[in-house]
Design a protein around this ligand. Structure first.
Ligand code: ZN
Ligand code: ZN
Length: 276
């Protein structure tokens, strides 16, 4: 897994080359700094190697959400720090972020169970009372990342990333939000939107619905051919992809997901969805 320092460095380089990304990259660097300083303990309730092998063979991710080690207080504090950091940069969102801060404060004793519901794909419970739901998801998702990265760190050694080949993450079960075509051979690799784990996936096919009919799949390359947006006409989801055969050096995907924010806007304006 890519270290926070390498992600930050790559974001800074990207922002130097593309000044229009400076603000987005700057905020992202600040959030990564907060995540890196969170000092999350190494998870202790993890499967042994035999159990891990059996789970993976059955197509089950290694993280058992019922047992996830998250301290509610620590998660709340991290989410509040993140909300505060966003408010410092995006003054126009101060009011929404203050509401989110208050929302978090009132739920600080049960943040772990709210996080588990979110990780199960049920959205964030109790979040539709006059609060900016999209912004809350971003805050909670970001606050959860260091907890989940700790699992990816602890469990990564059990995963043969080239043998998993499913559309969801072998560590946490999350969906991908970025892909790469590898320099040698062009094999496709996906990045987990939640824990930053990476795994191989077939070159053609939609990781979200499994559709592999070329008629219902399309991709739009950037002018320099470095990026391509792969879209699925069946489920209307998309995957942003960096083609590493077209870049001189390797690029951390966790930085690329931020540097390609423009592709999210373009995809969503054309009717494709980032989330189910
Ligand atoms: Zn994951
Ligand atoms: Zn699809």
């Amino acid at each position: 897994m890519t270290d926070y320092t390498d992600i930050v460095e790559s974001l800074q380089k990207g922002a130097e080359k593309h000044p229009e990304l400076a603000e987005t990259a700057g905020l992202s660097c600040r959030l990564l700094e907060i995540e890196a300083q969170a000092d999350i303990p190494v998870p202790t309730r993890v499967p042994g190697s035999d159990e891990a092998r059996a789970l993976l063979q059955q197509g089950k991710p290694l993280l058992n959400l019922d047992e996830i080690e998250i301290d509610s207080g620590k998660l709340t504090e991290l989410a509040m720090q993140i909300a505060f950091a966003i408010a410092e940069q995006r003054r126009e969102r101060v009011r929404e972020l203050a509401d989110i801060h208050a929302w978090l404060h009132r739920r600080r004793d049960r943040m772990r169970s709210l996080a588990i519901a979110y990780l199960r794909g049920n959205g964030i419970p109790d979040s539709n009372s006059g609060i900016d739901g999209g912004l809350l998801v971003f805050v909670v998702h970001t606050a959860l990342r260091p907890f989940l990265r700790a699992y990816a760190d602890a469990l990564g050694r059990f995963v043969d990333a080239g043998a998993w080949y499913r559309g969801y993450c072998p560590i946490c079960g999350g969906e991908p939000d970025m892909a790469a075509l590898e320099k040698s051979g062009g094999r496709r690799r996906l990045l987990c939107s939640r824990c930053d784990a990476e795994w191989a996936y077939r070159r053609l096919g939609c990781p979200f619905c499994g559709n592999d009919d070329p008629k219902d799949l399309a991709f739009f390359p950037s002018d320099d051919k470095v990026y391509r947006l792969a879209v699925c006409e069946r489920c209307h989801r998309y995957v942003k992809t960096v083609d590493l055969r077209e870049t001189p050096t390797e690029r951390p995907l966790a930085a690329e997901r931020v540097l390609t924010a423009g592709m999210d806007v373009a995809a969503q304006n054309t009717g494709y969805q980032a989330r189910a």
